[in-house]
Structures are given as structure tokens and as C-alpha cells.
Design a protein around this ligand. Structure first.
Ligand code: THU
Length: 183
């Protein structure tokens, strides 16, 4: 990544802190997402009184971009801190890493963590999410979505169900040996 581009992304991510809505945690996060065509999408965290609906800055940027037809990304820059003061790197949460995994190549997608234009480090998605869930992606590519829905999903739901039933029956007959005595 060129230094000028990294700095441009850091500037945009810092700008997003102004829009961050954080009446509960006061922890402001800004993100700048770079598409493969060189377009930039900003994002900020948006909190909610019910906590659960809170959206992280990274996902805001991703969902803005994807909802406008973008699917190919090169990098994201993330900044954040209490009241918007940038003292440490704000690493993406697990959910955001998984969203990145959905759309990005983990070996090449770059995550820039910054506290200023001068202070930043670049990681690949693979470094931040080793062994990330891409199983379904490859199953879909190799088998096609129809095969996956028709055959694999039902097997994945029914097999654990019957295994659980078997374990419950076995443990109840161990705890209560009279159950297993047949008259
Ligand atoms: N937050 C983000 O925006 N991105 C992350 O990856 C981690 C957490 C936000 C969510 C919440 O508004 C605040 O930071 C405190 O967790």
C-alpha cells in the first residue's frame, strides 16, 4: 500500500469520528473502506439504547458499499478511541472480521490500524482472523448453492440432532440403570 493512499484513508477514517453516534459507550470509531476500483466508503459506529442493534464503524462502511453494488475490496482503515481521542489502535471486533471474510481475500485484504497519519500498522485479514469460516463459501463454489441447501444443510441439522438424542438416552440410562432393564 502506497503511503499517500494509506494517509488518505486515515484522514477519511478520522473524519468519520464526527458522525459517530455513541451516547452509551462514548467510544468513537471511524472506518474508511477501499474498493478494488479505488473508491472510498466511510463508516462510523452507531449505537442504540437496546445495545444489540449497535453497528460497528467497519460494518457501516461495508454495508454502505455493498448496498451500492460493491463487492470487491482491497483495504480498510480503522481508528477509534474514548470520546474520539486516538491513543491506541482500535482493532476490529470478531463480527466485523467475519463480515470482512465474507467479501475479501484474507491473504491480500489489508487492515490499517492507525492513531494518526504518522502512526499506523498494516495487517492482513488472515493475520487477524486465522482459520476464519470460509467452509460454506468453498462448498457453495464447489457444489453450488442448490446442492448445499438440499443435501448438506439437512444433514448438518439432522445428524447433530440424532447424536444429541443418543447421548441424552445413554446418559439417562447410565444415571438410571433400571431404564435399560427390559422386562
Ligand atoms: N466498535 C466498532 O465500531 N468497531 C469495532 O470493531 C469494535 C467496537 C464500536 C461499537 C460500540 O459503539 C463501541 O465501539 C464500543 O464497543
Amino acid at each position: 500500500m502506497e503511503k499517500a493512499l494509506a494517509e488518505k484513508m486515515i484522514d477519511l477514517a478520522i473524519e468519520q469520528l464526527n458522525f459517530s453516534y455513541t451516547p452509551y459507550s462514548h467510544f468513537k470509531v471511524g472506518a474508511a473502506l477501499l474498493t478494488k476500483d479505488g473508491k472510498l466508503y466511510g463508516g462510523c459506529n452507531i449505537e442504540n439504547a437496546a445495545y444489540g442493534p449497535t453497528n460497528c464503524a467497519e460494518r457501516t462502511a461495508f454495508f454502505k458499499a455493498v448496498s451500492e453494488g460493491e463487492r470487491r475490496f482491497d483495504a480498510i482503515c480503522i481508528v477509534g478511541g474514548k470520546e474520539g481521542v486516538l491513543t491506541e489502535y482500535a482493532a476490529p471486533c470478531g463480527v466485523c472480521r467475519q463480515v470482512m471474510m465474507e467479501f475479501c481475500d484474507p491473504e491480500t485484504f489489508q487492515i490499517i490500524l492507525a492513531t494518526s497519519r504518522e502512526q499506523y500498522e498494516i495487517f492482513t485479514l488472515r493475520e487477524l482472523l486465522p482459520l476464519g469460516l470460509l467452509f460454506f463459501y468453498w462448498c457453495t463454489v464447489l457444489l453450488g448453492p442448490a446442492v448445499l441447501v438440499r443435501y448438506l444443510y439437512p444433514v448438518m441439522v439432522t445428524v447433530p440432532f440424532f447424536l444429541c438424542r443418543l447421548r441424552i438416552r445413554r446418559s439417562s440410562s447410565l444415571n438410571n440403570p433400571s431404564d435399560s432393564v427390559t422386562m
